[in-house]
Design a protein around this ligand. Structure first.
Ligand SMILES: [Zn+2]
Length: 90
């Protein structure tokens, strides 16, 4: 059911385990726009959400606290984190 634009190109998908470090040439114009749920802006800043895994946690084999970080995006316009619902009135 997809309508192909004439500039659409097939994306070769590397086999699992193959071609490490080779970038799949995704085209940003093929991506679905993802806007802020608060204001609809499509511009985001990269940010890091940081957490700590306690040395006591069963999955932590290092014996010490481990800091982990995950990337997230913050709306440039209103500061809401991507994918978050805006807070309703308190
Ligand atoms: Zn926003």
């Amino acid at each position: 059911m997809k309508h192909n634009k004439n500039k659409a190109i097939p994306i070769p998908v590397p086999a699992i385990g193959g071609f490490p470090g080779q970038q799949v040439p995704f085209d940003i114009s093929e991506a679905q726009p993802k806007g802020c749920l608060g204001c609809g802006s499509g511009l985001f800043n990269l940010a890091y959400r940081v957490g700590k895994i306690s040395a006591m946690a069963p999955m932590n084999k290092t014996g010490q606290d481990v800091m982990i970080k995950t990337e997230t995006f913050i709306c440039l316009h209103c500061g809401l984190e991507i994918g978050k619902e805006p807070e309703s009135k308190q």
